[in-house]
Design a protein around this ligand. Structure first.
Ligand code: TSJ
Length: 639
């Protein structure tokens, strides 16, 4: 009697649970956009990764099926199918029908995944149309089926398999009633799954696209783990020494792994992870690492007289200049803080990382004096450049305090003082300046011409950047300042539009400017203030009418539509070839133009960085390949 009552109550609760997920999906997966759609895959895969971390799973396969549904399969132990005492039903059923149930049953209990929205299989179930799960265990195949979170077929045995076979397979179709976007992007999954493979040494992850016309496969497997991750991030750059420094250890039940290597650039590139989840805002693990690096390094440099007694300590920034690093910690119950709950707060993580890195880095430096010397020399150069830059900056600050913030002489400003309605076009070269000046809306559109080569900031230290006229012009025109002086409330134009020729040189110059903004005012990209103008490639004339095509494909389409007979086609080689009216209509007028907004998906930081490095770097071959493909570059742009 009592039992059946309880069972009924249980059922209702469970239904309410998953109904809540469907009512407010954003609460559980953050968003129902394309990002949320991809998140479903990570939620499922993270369960298999846990199985790998527990030591029972060596391979995970993710398949995009022809209808954009997903299958995830692993060779782990298989989700337990025996009756769970507390719930009175198979563990498998609990995993898919009870909120927050993932992994909390039975066994070893070392549960580390879960992610920032760590909610697992039941949420994916609630947000899927059809979903089925198969477990291979003890020579049997178990299956259970659902639709929109509701059971359509109970757990049953559907067949037999070889007794040695074991694993779990989940198939789901994201519900189009929930998601704004239901088409999976191979590249997005690829980037994240590759990252997961780097972070889980030895694990093989396969990704297969079975959709018609885009069939492809990738497989990731890194015996070197995060050491290989660092080499990967430094590909296309020139490392200062061949070794990737690696530390690993466990303290207070926190497992710590760190890998790092300097390259000859001036930017710091450190990625931090907690339980395989990216923590873009850092936190205690990052602090622990920085403390250890700064202290260990200064101690070593003093002891070995690489730094004279009369010289000041090297700062953390000096030591991290050009450093690529990965910090990965695994904690049972991580605490997150900050506005977006993406910053690790667990204080024990700081102590753990700090003591493990201090001890092992000290040992490494003692064992590798030649590497230690290279690192030290690089840091001392950085220290000197920083001192020079500080002088230059103080000079400009004093100047602007005395004279007021003088706008650059070349700026053709607009008359409105309302930043929200103002735009600034950064125009390359002189030829386009005239038409741009004349074709603009005088009230809301400003024009800043850039002459000569834009400084490649990835290859210059701060002191040279402060001395560059073109860059100074951009900084003063934008109004925000850079780095620690950056203040978004002072932004003078809410749209900053980079306008360059639609060719490879133009793309190169645009990339130089993006690199500068990315390195010194990334918030402008994050908040969506940076745009690329889209000048047309073709001018098609027929019967006194103009048609503009922005791509080869569009050009073909227009010809097909209006007929190729009697058309006059010219190809715009540069902005300067357009007259005022053409430039205004095709590229500047908000009513008729197209703009690309530059975005920065946090999980794509590694790729974005490569985009810049490839175009800016010294290695000629990758750049040529890159320009030939040119695909990555556009990947980070949104209309
Ligand atoms: F949860 C899920 F449905 F999302 C899911 C879980 C999806 C996929 C593709 C795989 C898995 C999964 C779960 N793979 N492996 C496991 N392992 C367990 O659930 C498991 C097996 C045995 C024991 C034990 O203590 O014997 C414990 C666990 C957690």
């Amino acid at each position: 009697m009592k039992g059946s009552e309880n069972y009924g109550a249980d059922q209702i609760q469970i239904l309410e649970g998953l109904e809540a997920v469907r009512k407010r999906p954003g609460m559980y997966i953050g968003t129902t956009s394309s990002r949320g759609l991809h998140h479903l895959v990570y939620e499922i895969v993270d369960n298999s990764v846990d199985e790998a971390l527990a030591g029972y799973c060596g391979e995970i396969s993710v398949t995009i099926e022809p209808d954009n549904s997903i299958t995830v399969e692993d060779d782990g132990r298989g989700i337990p199918v025996d009756i769970q005492k507390k719930a009175g039903k198979p563990a498998l059923e609990v995993v898919f029908t009870v909120l927050h149930a993932g992994g909390k049953f039975g066994g070893s209990g070392y549960k580390v995944s879960g992610g920032l929205h760590g909610v697992g299989a039941s949420v994916v179930n609630a947000l899927s149309g059809k979903l089925w799960v198969r477990v291979y265990r003890d020579g049997k195949i178990y299956q259970m089926d659902f639709e929109r979170g509701k059971t359509t077929a109970p757990m049953r045995i559907v067949g037999s398999c070889e007794p040695e076979r074991h694993g779990t397979s989940v198939h789901f179709q994201p519900d189009p009633e929930i998601f704004e976007e239901t088409v999976y992007d191979f590249e997005t999954l690829k980037v994240r799954l590759r990252e997961t493979a780097f972070l889980t040494r030895g694990l093989r992850i396969n990704l297969k696209d079975k959709r018609e016309g885009q069939e492809q496969e990738k497989s990731f497997h890194f015996e070197g783990g995060i050491k290989e991750f660092v080499s990967y991030l430094n590909r296309g750059k020139d490392p200062l020494y061949s070794e990737v420094i690696y530390c690993e250890g466990e303290k207070d039940k926190i497992f710590v792994e760190v890998a790092m290597q300097h390259n000859d650039s001036y930017t710091e590139n450190i990625y931090t992870f907690v339980n395989n989840i990216n923590t873009p805002e850092g936190g205690t693990h990052l602090t622990g690492f920085k403390n250890a690096l700064t202290k260990t390094f200064n101690d070593y440099a003093r002891q070995h007289k690489l730094l004279k007694d009369s010289e000041p300590n090297l700062s953390g920034e000096d030591i991290r200049e050009g450093l690529t690093g990965i910090i990965s910690v695994k904690i049972e119950d991580p605490q997150f803080e900050g506005q977006t709950k993406q910053k690790l707060g667990t204080s024990e993580a700081q102590t753990a990382v700090q003591s493990i890195v201090s001890e092992q880095l000290t040992y490494f430096l003692e064992q590798n004096p030649s590497v230690a010397k290279i690192m030290c020399e690089k840091s001392i150069l950085a220290q000197r450049a920083r001192a020079a830059a500080r002088k230059a900056r103080d000079l400009t600050r004093r100047k602007s305090a005395l004279e007021g913030v003088g706008l650059p002489g070349k700026l053709v400003d607009c008359s409105s003082r309302d930043p929200a309605s103002c735009e600034i076009f950064i125009v390359e070269g002189d030829s386009a300046l005239g038409p741009a000046k004349e074709g603009r809306n005088v009230e809301t559109q400003a024009v800043l011409p850039l002459r000569g080569k834009v400084l490649n900031v990835q290859k210059a230290r701060l002191d040279r950047i402060y001395a560059n006229e073109e860059i100074k012009g951009m900084i003063t025109a934008f109004g925000t300042g850079i780095n620690e002086d950056f203040d978004i409330t002072k932004l003078r134009y809410h749209k900053i539009i980079i306008m360059t020729d639609a060719d490879v040189d133009g793309a190169h110059i645009a990339t130089l400017m993006l690199t500068f903004i990315y390195n010194f005012m990334p918030e402008l990209i994050r908040q969506g203030h940076i745009y690329l103008a889209q000048p047309p490639l073709f001018n098609i004339q027929k019967n006194k009418k103009h048609y503009y095509a922005y791509s080869d494909e569009e050009y073909q389409n227009i010809l097909r539509e209006i007929g190729a007979e009697g058309t006059d086609v010219s190809r715009f080689k540069g902005l300067g070839e357009m007259d005022t009216e053409e430039l205004a209509e095709t590229t500047m007028d908000p009513e008729t133009r197209t703009l690309l907004r530059v975005n920065m998906a946090e999980d794509d930081r590694a790729e974005l960085d490569l985009t810049f490095t490839t175009l800016m770097g010294d290695q000629v071959e990758p750049r040529r390949e890159f320009i030939e493909q040119n695909a990555k570059y556009v990947n980070h742009l949104d209309v």
